[in-house]
Design a protein around this ligand. Structure first.
Ligand code: APR
Length: 320
């Protein structure tokens, strides 16, 4: 059987890391696309030359023409600009919205059957706009944020308790910004919820609140250290987990930005919630119980995403 074709729209820091991970995991052949000519070709060739050493078989090519993504099974979108110190994700909105318009048209024309994963920030607004610009089914267009935010939380919790990251699971829902909502009840160590671990004396409520805040600030922490761009290893790994679940029909339960159709009292908005990803794309949206303070935080997060959507509609009225 032919290998799946995976198109990476944007061959920057995350795009290059995605291509490497996809090669190492032998998930498929890779097309790297970028508007900067030469960069996607150079990265593809460099990675192809690593394949005999690492021992993976994959065709890796670069292109600056949308025709190169023709027939892709999966498109992962990182095209746009990342933030610099002092910027919020929302500061990227205007410039990245224009990029989503071009990318949406390219995918619509050449890869209309693909499963599309958007990473470009501000995520919840960009994935919403990309779905509209591309006209693709909502269940086939998803945003990567929750897997990353939850991975940051899992890492911090595992370090705090000195246990394996494998035994920590976590859900961070809501928008991918300052208003994201870490859920204590659904954050567990080997199935033991965080509030129980506090009762068992493993940690304190104060410490948990500090870890939650560090999670919310996780992206900014990396931006401030790197100074020239934003995180790329963990975002790439997170999107690969989502692509793998689709390609292998694994039906993993992952927190992702999905277009809600009334779940959580939200309609026609992309927001981070737990979903099942399988061969049909987003196969199920899971509506978990939120305690009152978490529900209030979630509603605040939805309101923040609404503000971004309104900003998009002001810039491109046709998105209304
Ligand atoms: N079409 C295709 N590619 C584009 C376009 C466009 N219209 N505009 C910019 N690009 C390319 C850039 O040339 C660059 O190679 O997108 C790439 C982005 O890569 P980086 O600048 O390295 O940014 P990266 O760290 O990969 O982050 C990409 O993901 O997490 C988000 O906030 C982050 O929005 C940012 C995106």
């Amino acid at each position: 059987m032919a290998r799946p074709k995976i198109a990476l729209i944007g061959a920057g820091q995350i795009g290059g890391t995605l291509a490497h991970l996809i090669g190492l995991k032998e998930l498929g052949d890779v097309v790297l696309f970028d508007v900067v000519e030469g960069v996607p070709d150079g990265k593809a060739l460099d990675l192809a030359e690593s394949s005999p050493v690492s021992g993976f078989d994959a065709k890796l090519v670069g292109t600056s023409a949308y025709a190169g993504i023709k027939g892709a099974d999966v498109c992962i979108v990182t095209a746009g600009v990342p933030r610099k110190p002092g910027m919020s994700r929302d500061d990227l909105l205007e410039i990245n919205l224009k990029v989503m318009e071009q990318v949406g048209a390219g995918i619509k024309k050449y890869a209309p059957k693909a499963f599309v994963i958007c990473i470009t920030n501000p995520l919840d607004a960009m994935v919403w706009a990309l779905q509209k610009f591309s006209g693709m089914p909502r269940d086939m267009v998803v945003g990567m944020a929750g897997v990353l935010d939850s991975a940051r939380l899992r890492h911090f919790i595992a370090s705090e308790f000195d246990v394996s990251v494998e035994d920590v699971s976590a859900f961070v829902l809501g928008g991918h910004g300052d208003t994201m909502v870490p859920l204590a009840q659904y954050t567990t160590v080997a199935g033991i919820p965080l509030p129980d671990l506090v009762k068992m004396g493993w940690t304190t409520k104060k410490r948990v609140d500090e870890i939650f805040q560090r999670t919310r600030d996780g992206g900014a922490e990396i931006v401030n250290l790197l100074k020239t761009g934003s995180a790329f290893y963990a975002p790439a790994a997170s999107a690969v987990a989502m692509a793998e679940s689709y390609l292998k029909d694994k039906k993993r339960v992952l927190p992702c930005a999905a277009c809600l159709k009334g779940e959580y009292g939200v309609k026609d908005r992309y927001i981070g919630v737990p979903v099942v990803i399988g061969a049909k794309g987003i196969e199920r949206i899971i509506e978990v119980n939120l305690a009152k303070p978490e529900r209030q935080m979630f509603e605040k997060s939805v309101a923040a995403v609404d503000g971004l959507i309104e900003a998009c509609q002001r810039i491109v009225p046709a998105l209304g």
